[in-house]
Ligand binder design. Structure first.
Ligand SMILES: NC(=O)c1ccc[n+]([C@@H]2O[C@H](COP(=O)([O-])OP(=O)(O)OC[C@H]3O[C@@H](n4cnc5c(N)ncnc54)[C@H](OP(=O)(O)O)[C@@H]3O)[C@@H](O)[C@H]2O)c1
Length: 309
C-alpha cells in the first residue's frame, strides 16, 4: 500500500466519510484535533481515527495529508502544516487540498507548501459526503496529481484533470456555475410563468423538451429558501476567478442577482424541519407570494394572458 497512514484535517462531515472508507480498507487514519470542537473530536473517536498530540507528530507520521475543512480555513491549515514540515525538515510529504477554494487560493497554498518541499495536489469533491463511495468523485490536478489515483484502491473515486495546480479548484467553480445557474434561470422563468398563469403548462413543456432536467435541480431549488445567500456569493467567486484569469463573466452576476433577491425575501426559517422540506410548486408559490422579481407596482396587473409571440 502506498499510503499506510493518511492524515485528515479535519474530521468534519466530509472527513468522517473519508475516514469511514479508508479505515474499512485497512488504512490508518490520523488527525490532530486539539483545537477542534467536541463534535469533531467525537466524530474522530467514533470512526476509529487516531488523534495525535501535535501537528509535528502528524506531519512526521503521515504518508499523505488531506485538508478537508471549511473553505476559509484552508490557508490556515496549510500554513500550520508548512510550519511543522519546515521544523522537521521533511521533504517527501504529499498534501491534498480537497476544499472548495478558488484557484487563486489554491495557487497561494501551493506556493507556501512547495517552497518548503511539500508535494502539493489541488483537489475538489463533487458529490455529497455520504456518497463518497457511491458515485462522488475527487478531482485532482497538478504535477503530483497522478499519485492520488492510489486512493481508488481504497474505495474513493479519483480523476486527474491536468498537470496544473488550480485546475481542480477551477473545475469546481465552473461546475458550481452550472448548478447555480440552472437554479437561478429556472426560478426567474417560473416567476414569469406564474405571472402569466402558465406555470403548469411550462412545467409540462420543459419536461417534454428536456426530460429529467428539472427533476435534477428540484431539491436544490427548494433549498434556495435557506441557501440562496451563500450560493449568490459563489457566483461572485466565479466572476472573480474569470476576471483574475483575464476573462469576462456576464452570466454569473445575473444569476447572483436572482439568488440575492431570493435571499432578500428572508424566508430562510419558513421551514421548521429543514431546507429541503417542501416541494417545487410550494416553493415557487412562496417566492411568488413574497413578490420575488416583481419590481413594479403594476407587475401583477399584467398577469392575465399577455400577447407574447
Ligand atoms: N459535506 C459535503 O457533502 C461536501 C460535499 C462536497 C464538498 N465538500 C467540501 O468539503 C469541505 C468540508 O466540508 P464539511 O461538510 O465536512 O464541513 P464541516 O462538516 O463543517 O467540517 C469542517 C471541519 O473542519 C474543521 N475546521 C474548521 N476550521 C478549522 C481549522 N482552522 N483547522 C482545522 N480544522 C478546521 C471543523 O472543525 P470544528 O468542528 O472544530 O469547527 C470541522 O471538523 C469543504 O471545503 C466543502 O466545500 C463537502
Amino acid at each position: 500500500m502506498a499510503f499506510q497512514r493518511i492524515a485528515i484535517l479535519s474530521i468534519g462531515e466530509m472527513g468522517y466519510h473519508w475516514a469511514r472508507i479508508l479505515t474499512s480498507r485497512g488504512v490508518e487514519v490520523l488527525t490532530y484535533a486539539k483545537d477542534r470542537s467536541e463534535t469533531t473530536r467525537k466524530r474522530a473517536e467514533t470512526i476509529g481515527v487516531k488523534c495525535l498530540p501535535s501537528m509535528n507528530r502528524l506531519v512526521r507520521d503521515a504518508d499523505l495529508i488531506v485538508s478537508i475543512v471549511v473553505p476559509f480555513a484552508a490557508k490556515r491549515v496549510a500554513s500550520k502544516v508548512a510550519k511543522a514540515t519546515a521544523k522537521l525538515g521533511r521533504k517527501d510529504l504529499l498534501y491534498l487540498d480537497a476544499n472548495a477554494i478558488s484557484p487563486m487560493t489554491a495557487d497561494e497554498i501551493a506556493k507556501t507548501l512547495t517552497a518548503i518541499g511539500v508535494n502539493f495536489v489541488d483537489g475538489c469533491i463533487i458529490g455529497s459526503a455520504a456518497k463518497m463511495d457511491k458515485g462522488a468523485v475527487v478531482y485532482v490536478s497538478g504535477p503530483q496529481a497522478a499519485r492520488m489515483q492510489e486512493l481508488d484502491s481504497y474505495g474513493l473515486s479519483v480523476k486527474v484533470l491536468g498537470p496544473k495546480v488550480s485546475q481542480a479548484s477551477a473545475f469546481k467553480v465552473v461546475y458550481a456555475g452550472l448548478t447555480k445557474g440552472l437554479q437561478g434561470l429556472f426560478v426567474e422563468l417560473f416567476m414569469g410563468a406564474k405571472n402569466f398563469g402558465l406555470l403548469d403548462e411550462i412545467l409540462q413543456r420543459y419536461e417534454e423538451s428536456f426530460p429529467g432536467l428539472l427533476e435534477k435541480v428540484t431539491s436544490s431549488i427548494v433549498a434556495l429558501r435557506i441557501h440562496a445567500g451563500r450560493r449568490a456569493e459563489e457566483m461572485d467567486e466565479l466572476k472573480r476567478t474569470f476576471n483574475h484569469y483575464g476573462m469576462d463573466a456576464f452570466m454569473a452576476p445575473a444569476v447572483k442577482k436572482v439568488l440575492q433577491s431570493i435571499a432578500a425575501l428572508e424566508i430562510g426559517k419558513a421551514s421548521e424541519t429543514g431546507a429541503r422540506d417542501g416541494d417545487l410548486l410550494g416553493t415557487v408559490e412562496l417566492f411568488f407570494q413574497k413578490g420575488l422579481l416583481q419590481n413594479s407596482s403594476n407587475a401583477r396587473a399584467t398577469s392575465a394572458s399577455p400577447s407574447v409571440g
